[in-house]
Design a protein around this ligand. Structure first.
Ligand code: HEC
Ligand code: HEC
Length: 352
């Protein structure tokens, strides 16, 4: 048996036995002990030498066992819904997202762009096509190292009654729709770590300071304040609406790979991500892309990653508008052009 079940996630150990004492009784603070599905969290190696077991094996076979639902089949009350400010384009399918954060450990926000979520954190994202649930993805932090995350997708049955864990290979045309369920390698190419892909140390890409900093988020920074190791003031990411929308679209759709962190894409220094606490003018796209030569896109009419005032001569937009060829960006997870996102980027480049 690979997994030691029953590992307890107690923040403090059990209360030490209190010796008889004549002193007046002070109120003992109850130790914080997580109880929600803790016996599903396996013990992971804590050193870097021990090879990892297959993490996905530790995830339950059925979605109904992952803690997303209560006994009545409703979303469990300890699970919080959230909405990123700029979603990833997924060919227009409907998505819903939830998070469970163990109660006893705060989210370490020392690096506001790469939150350290506690061991035991679970994040779900449900995909529906024309009202029919197709898949629900689960990411779970199983151990203390950044690579101790498991990624899986649960495929729903036709009737929408239950969903079962898929293998690491993913699935094309799920339930007869055009929707493609990515492979585990593809999950990691965006979420990380992936030697030839991208990602972020946080692994979560929509449950982040920048993405939760908006009032329409059901779980926003304000409602999370008590769970953060240090409170975060709202970010100064304001500015001209055209610029804000374009840079937000690029951050969500491209920034998971095109970012300058250790887990970002190693093949290119293109930076399409936003950084917490910086103004829009400081965004990496200005130094790394605007009027910079394109290195990895060869078309006679396109010389620049972004050419000021010239959307059609900008590799960033041209690759966003490509599908089904080697120019396509993002290279995975989509078969249709994000017309709205491309329009936002086109308007911004035209305004430069
Ligand atoms: C093309 C890049 C890409 C691929 C491939 C991808 N994801 Fe994501 N995923 C994202 C981005 C970006 C977000 C945040 C924006 C959003 O949810 O719209 C996200 C959000 C999520 C969330 C919600 C938590 C969070 O990070 O905010 C889960 C859970 C998730 N993905 C799981 C998976 C799993 C499991 C796979 C593989 C089966 C996968 N993803 C494949 C880019 C990707
Ligand atoms: C899953 C990771 C991933 C995502 C997400 C992604 N890219 Fe890329 N991108 C790559 C890889 C890999 C390369 C290098 C190989 C190539 O050029 O095809 C690249 C290269 C590029 C280049 C060429 C850079 C140069 O040096 O000239 C551009 C432009 C680009 N991407 C734009 C985008 C845009 C725009 C988005 C979002 C709409 C995006 N990418 C999203 C992986 C990604």
């Amino acid at each position: 048996m690979l997994w030691t079940l029953g590992a307890l996630l107690a923040c403090k150990g059990p209360p030490a036995s209190v010796p008889d004492s004549p002193l007046p009784e002070t109120e003992e603070e109850e130790p914080c002990v997580d109880t929600f599905l803790v016996d599903q969290v396996p013990e992971m190696p804590t050193d870097y030498e021990t090879p990892l077991p297959i993490r996905e094996d530790a995830l339950p076979e059925w979605l109904s066992e992952t803690g997303l639902y209560d006994n009545e089949g409703q979303i469990h009350p300890v699970v919080r819904p959230f909405v990123p400010r700029w979603p990833l384009w997924s060919d227009g399918v409907d998505k819903a997202r939830w998070v469970y954060i163990p109660e006893c450990t705060p989210i370490d926000t020392s690096d506001p762009d790469n939150w350290e979520l506690p061991v035991g954190t679970r994040l779900w994202k449900e995909f529906s096509v024309d009202g029919q649930k197709v898949e629900t993805r689960l990411m779970e932090r199983l151990g203390p190292r950044p690579q101790d995350w498991a990624y899986a997708s649960y495929l729903w049955d036709e009737a929408g009654t239950q969903a079962r864990k898929l293998g690491p290979e993913g699935l094309a045309q799920a339930l007869g729709t055009e929707h493609e369920i990515p492979s585990k390698a593809q999950c990691q190419a965006c979420h990380g770590p992936a030697p030839k892909g991208g990602g972020r140390q946080s692994r979560a890409l929509g449950f982040t300071a920048i993405q939760l900093d908006h009032s329409a988020a059901e779980t926003d920074l304000g409602s999370l304040a008590e769970r953060l190791s240090a409170p975060l003031e709202s970010s100064p990411l304001n500015g001209e609406a055209t610029t804000l929308q374009a840079l937000g679209v690029l951050h969500a759709n491209c920034g998971s790979c095109h970012n300058p962190t250790v887990d970002g894409l190693p093949q290119s220094d293109l930076d399409l991500s936003l950084v917490w606490g910086q103004s829009l003018e400081q965004a990496g796209v200005f130094a790394s892309a605007v009027d910079q030569p394109t290195q990895l896109f060869s078309t006679p009419t396109v010389q620049h990653r972004i050419h000021s005032g010239d959307p059609h001569g900008s590799a960033v937009l041209r690759r966003m508008e490509s599908r089904g060829d080697s120019a396509q960006m993002p290279p995975i997870g989509t078969h249709l052009v994000d017309e709205e996102g491309a329009a936002a980027v086109r308007a911004w480049i035209a305004s430069l």
